[in-house]
Design a protein around this ligand. Structure first.
Ligand code: 13P
Ligand code: 13P
Ligand code: MG
Ligand code: MG
Length: 377
């Protein structure tokens, strides 16, 4: 049996420049140095450090499986080192997502988000790395529903004999901390009845019944930690593509619809999801609009293959930045139209998220203050 490889994408916002924009290059550098040492020490096979908006992304390959203590510890320490650089420079929100003083053995529930999958490499292993900023955990539900369940998006469901059987979808109830595995297309309408509620349900994993995991998202149960909900914002998704899984183009197609996602300014508004290149992911309009980036990578014997030149060093990859191209200007323009329209609502719903999902609120104090003046109707 071929050796299994694990791809771990662990992300955190540990500080940024002039508001919630982007990490300082020095922060990326210290994180890269930490992961580079781990390659030399044999813990990792390969790595790449990137970002989407203010979220730093550690893409790592290794042979230690999901939720490995050493790999999570490495990610935690890389974020700590980056946060310490951010603190030295007095950057904004330095250490924002490191919500615990001590590492507990796993980054889950401590602030960072993690999407990880262990698999036996196919003869060729094309993958997509999707990264979002300024949006909530259920943002990928609609695209996942289209990619894996909608034959009008993924023609492969109709014409590829390997995709024709459909997929199993693991759905998490992030509020009541439950999960359920459901089968598409047999339970399609039941699946959509859950996923349509983006305040409670989110996809964790998509499985092909014989080939294995196709997609995994950094979805976590919502936990109150340090007086704040964690495991929530700016999710990432890994997708294995082609040959029984959806083609790369089938995975990217749903992002041409700039769906409304919860997040944006103060994590409390609905904005249109804006696909862009990594270098264009600075939140430039009202701390947004919510962004999504897609990097195309190849994994071979655990190495990340990009378009780098001979002689380039580990970590120094050039991947396919799928949303960077001009084709996506059309979608970006539409997303801006919709986001400006949504801003027209100011602090009124549906411009803002429902009261229980607001990340900040003054309402309890206001109601308390008004209590003596409240009259029965
Ligand atoms: P090729 O025939 O170029 O390999 O493409 C197949 C495919 O999957 C296109 O979506
Ligand atoms: P981040 O979650 O990306 O740090 O953004 C927070 C925010 O409040 C933006 O307005
Ligand atoms: Mg931030
Ligand atoms: Mg962010």
């Amino acid at each position: 049996m071929a050796e299994k490889i694990t791809v771990s994408l662990i992300k955190a916002d540990v500080g940024s420049i002039a508001g919630h924009s982007r990490p300082h290059p020095r922060m990326m550098e210290v994180a890269s140095e930490a992961l580079g040492r781990a390659v030399r020490d044999g813990l990792l096979v390969d790595y790449y450090v990137t970002r989407c908006g203010d979220d730093m992304q550690l893409l790592m390959t290794h042979r230690h499986g999901e939720n490995n203590k050493e790999v999570h510890g490495l990610a935690w320490n890389a974020f700590m080192a980056a946060a310490s650089e951010a603190k030295k420079m007095h950057l904004y929100a330095a250490g924002q997502d490191l919500l615990s003083d001590a590492f507990s053995g796993n980054v889950r529930g401590q602030g960072p988000g993690a999407a990880e999958m262990e698999f036996e490499e196919r003869p060729t292993e094309p993958m997509l790395v999707l990264m979002a900023d300024k949006c909530g955990p259920a943002a990928y539900s609609l695209p996942v529903a289209k990619i894996f369940m909608d034959p009008f998006t993924t023609t492969g469901l109709v014409i590829d004999p390997r995709a024709h059987q459909g997929y199993d979808i693991e759905i998490v109830d992030v509020v009541d901390h439950k999960k359920v595995l459901m089968s598409s297309p047999a339970e399609l309408y039941d699946i959509l009845a859950l996923l349509g509620d983006t305040t409670r349900y989110a996809v964790k994993r998509v499985l092909h019944r014989t080939i294995g995991t196709s997609a995994v998202i950094s979805t976590e149960k919502l936990n109150m930690l340090a007086g704040k909900y964690v495991g929530k914002d700016d999710p990432v998704m890994l997708v294995r593509c082609q040959s029984g899984f959806p083609a790369v183009g089938e995975v990217l197609q749903p992002f041409a619809f700039p769906q409304l996602v919860a997040g944006w300014m103060r994590g409390s508004h609905y904005g249109a999801w804006y696909p862009c290149g990594v270098d264009q992911s600075d939140p430039s309009y009202y701390d947004g609009p919510p962004r999504v980036c897609a990097l195309g990578i190849q994994v071979s014997n655990g190495k990340l293959q990009g378009a780098e030149m001979p002689g380039s060093k580990p970590g120094d990859h050039k991947f396919i930045d799928y949303f960077a191209g001009k084709e996506w200007d059309y979608v970006r323009n539409k997303a801006m139209d919709i986001s400006i329209y949504m801003r027209g609502h100011g602090p009124f719903m549906p411009g803002i998220v429902p009261p229980e999902d607001l990340e900040y609120t003054t309402r309890p104090e206001i109601l308390k203050k008004l209590e003596p003046r409240m009259q029965p109707l």
